[in-house]
Design a protein around this ligand. Sequence first.
Ligand code: NAD
Ligand code: DAU
Length: 339
Amino acid sequence: MSDIFEPKRIIVTGGCGFIGSNFVHHVVREHPDVHVTVLDKLTYAGSPENIAGLPSDRVELVVGDICDAELLEKIVPGVDAIVHYAAESHNDNSIADPEPFLRTNVEGTYQLLEACRRHDVRYHHVSTDEVYGDLALDDPARFTEDTPYHPSSPYSSTKAASDMLVRAWHRTYGLRVTISNCSNNYGPYQHVEKFIPRQITNLIDGVRPKLYGDGRNVRDWIHTEDHSSAVWAILTKGRMGETYLIGADGERDNLTVLREILKAFGRPEDDFDWVRDRPGHDRRYAIDSSKLRRELGWEPKHTDFATGLADTIAWYRENEAWWRPAKAATEARYRAQGQ
Ligand code: NAD
Ligand code: DAU
C-alpha cells in the first residue's frame, strides 16, 4: 500500500449533484480537518439545497463550469486535490441529445487535468462501470480492472473517453491520478429521472411505475454512502495511475427492484406499465471489487438492500419539496419518448 495522502483542501466538482453531494456530506462528517470547495454549474441535475446547512467554514460553493479554464485558474492553485464527479450522467438524455455529454464529460475532464498539471494537484476521477459495456445474463463473469472498454451509449462512451484522458495524463505528464469505476448508486438526493426515484415518486403521486423492455436487465446496486467511503479510501491510499472498481455485490434485475418498491407501497406486484425499451440498453452490469477490498481494506457497510431501499423511500416521502419541482417536466420528457 502507498503512503497515506492527507489532503486538507479539496475541490469536489459536481458537489451539488446526487453522488457528489453525498460525498461532500461524508467528508464533512468523517474528516473534520478537510475544507471542501464545491465547483458546480447547477444544471437541471444540481441543487445548492443538496449541501445546504453544512458549515460555511468547511464548505464553499463556487457556481461555474468545469470547462471554464479561467475560473479553474482562480480556484485550483493551493488545493491539494480535485475529486471529479461533475458530469452529464443520464443515459436516456445522452440518447436524445449527446452534445452536452461531449462537452462536460470529455472537454470538462480535459480542462481539469490541465489545471491539475499546471499546479501539480492530485486528481481523482469518478467514473462508471458502464465503460465496460455489458454482460450476458448467464455469463458467470463480472467486470474487473482488466476488462476491455466497450461502452454502448453516448453517455458511457464519453465517460470512457474521459478515463482514457486521465490515463494519458498520468503516463505522459506524470500527473498524480486515480480512477474509480462504480456500479449503480441509490440513496438520497438522486434526481427523479433515474430508475429508483422515478418509480418511488410515481407511486407517491398515484401513477403506475414504468419498466423498460422485458425488465430483466441487471444492475449492481450500491448505496451512495459506500461509494463515498470507497472514493475517500482511493483518494488517500490508492496507488498512482491505478483504476479501482467499486461495487457491493448488489446484482438485481429491474423487475425485482420494482416489485420491492411496489411491495413497500402495499401495491400488487404487477401494478406497473411496460414501456418502450432504451435503444442499445445494456443487459447486465456486475462488479468484482476485490482489488479495492484487498489493497485498500475497503468494505461496504450498507449492503442490506431492503433497509437501504426503505430509507430511500422514506427520504423521498419526507422531502417532496426537494423533488417536486423537477417531476412534471421529467415525466413530460419521458412521455414524449414513449417511456
Ligand atoms: P448528477 O447528474 O446527479 O450530478 C451531476 C452534477 O454535475 C450536477 O450537480 C451538475 O450541476 C454538475 N455539472 C454538470 N455539468 C457540469 C459542468 N459542465 N460544470 C460543473 N458542474 C457540472 O450525477 P451523479 O449521478 O451524481 O453522478 C456523479 C458522477 O458519478 C458522474 O461522473 C457519473 O458518471 C458517476 N457515476 C454515477 C453513478 C450513478 O449510479 N449515478 C455510478 C457510477 C458513476
Ligand atoms: O452503472 C452506473 C450508471 O448507473 C451510472 O454511470 C449512470 O450515471 C447512472 O445513471 C446509472 O445508469 P443506468 O442507465 O443503469 O441507470 P437508470 O437509473 O437510468 O436505469 C437503471 C435501469 O432501469 C436501466 O436498466 C434502465 C431501467 N429503467 C430506467 C428508468 C428511468 C426502467 O426500466 N424504467 C425507467 O423508468
